[in-house]
Design a protein around this ligand. Structure first.
Ligand SMILES: Cc1cc2nc3c(=O)[nH]c(=O)nc-3n(C[C@H](O)[C@H](O)[C@H](O)COP(=O)(O)OP(=O)(O)OC[C@H]3O[C@@H](n4cnc5c(N)ncnc54)[C@H](O)[C@@H]3O)c2cc1C
Length: 278
């Protein structure tokens, strides 16, 4: 890539043989951008533990750096300890360390309540073996009681030993810039990498954004809605908007870009190629 910006790509662990084959093809296409690592999500409560592990080990065996996500909600210390040992034994060096979403109707939250407790536990158990990524929310976490409290809670994760952070996606670059400024004012110096969500499908994006508190600006929402039945136009607009967002972030000097791939390479490849043309 012309600008030599470090990149990373996030996958979910596929369920079927077809999904596994598709992800291999996606990986081959994205590997040409020389990413720092590929990360693999984890279903809260451990619902994907085996699939996350298998996917991560396959990526690692292909010679790429693989980073499993690990969420602590509903987990015991013993379960996390076992998982850490398995990753260490395979030479995994990076983890995306999360609380996870609280499942509805959940009675027991397990041994951990928040991600900062998981970060502390991993540091106690494994010292500096793992590079620990945590989640950051430029538009604030949906459960946050206030912006100030969410910032303070983010700082707890950093103080517990996080090495860097990846943000929830956003389409308003100012939210990210202000978040990084506030972090600097609070003495937080770890890299905060913007998470980039390409626009694949409006209905899915609107639903997910509602749940995770990522705002789709009105002008963009109305334009995307107008293309609801015209996928080629929707994707072309999405590629344009997200390429411009990445360009703005790069010119501001972000440390890296982390792409939410939904296990697809086509749209992301176009966005990265657009950046190369600038
Ligand atoms: C880059 C990225 C990757 C993700 N990957 C996954 C994945 O693989 N699997 C998955 O299930 N989910 C994933 N998520 C979603 C994430 O699990 C949810 O957003 C979840 O609700 C919060 O996780 P967290 O680690 O940010 O939690 P926390 O940092 O624990 O924060 C959760 C909420 O609690 C508050 N809080 C935090 N600490 C305290 C404290 N000590 N006292 C009081 N309040 C506190 C915070 O302000 C926030 O509102 C990901 C999110 C991002 C940004």
């Amino acid at each position: 890539m012309k600008q030599n910006i470090p990149l990373s790509f996030e996958f979910f662990p596929p369920k079927t043989a077809e999904g596994i084959a598709n992800l291999r093809e996606t990986r081959t296409q994205l590997a040409k951008f020389n990413p720092e690592f590929f990360s693999v999500t984890f279903g809260a409560g451990g619902s994907t533990t085996d699939r996350t592990k298998e996917t991560v080990f396959e990526i690692q065996a292909e010679g790429y750096q693989a980073a499993p996500h690990i969420s602590c909600i509903s987990s015991s210390k013993e379960e996390i300890r076992t998982l850490l040992s398995a990753y260490k034994a395979k030479g995994i060096k990076r983890l995306v360390t999360l609380r996870g979403d609280v499942p509805s109707g959940e009675v027991s939250v397990g041994d951990f309540k928040y991600a900062n407790e998981l970060v502390s536990f991993i540091r106690q158990e494994a010292g500096d073996w793992f590079h620990l990524e945590v989640a950051a929310y430029p538009e604030f976490h949906p459960e946050a009681l206030s912006a100030a409290k969410d910032m303070a809670n983010f700082k707890r994760k950093v103080d517990a030993g996080a090495d860097s952070a990846i943000t929830q996606y956003f389409y308003n670059a100012d939210a990210y810039f202000r978040f990084v400024d506030s972090c600097e004012a609070d003495g937080i110096t770890i890299p905060i990498v913007p998470g980039i969500m390409p626009i694949y499908n409006y209905t899915q994006l609107a639903r997910f954004s509602g749940i995770c508190g990522a705002e789709i600006p009105r002008w963009l929402r109305l334009r995307l809605e107008a293309y609801a039945d015209d996928m080629p136009s929707l994707r072309a607009l999405g590629i344009d908007v997200v390429s411009e967002l990445c360009e703005t972030l790069l010119s501001w000097g972000v440390p890296s870009l982390h792409f939410y791939t939904l296990n697809q390479a086509g749209i992301i490849s176009k966005i990265i190629e657009n950046l190369d043309k600038k």
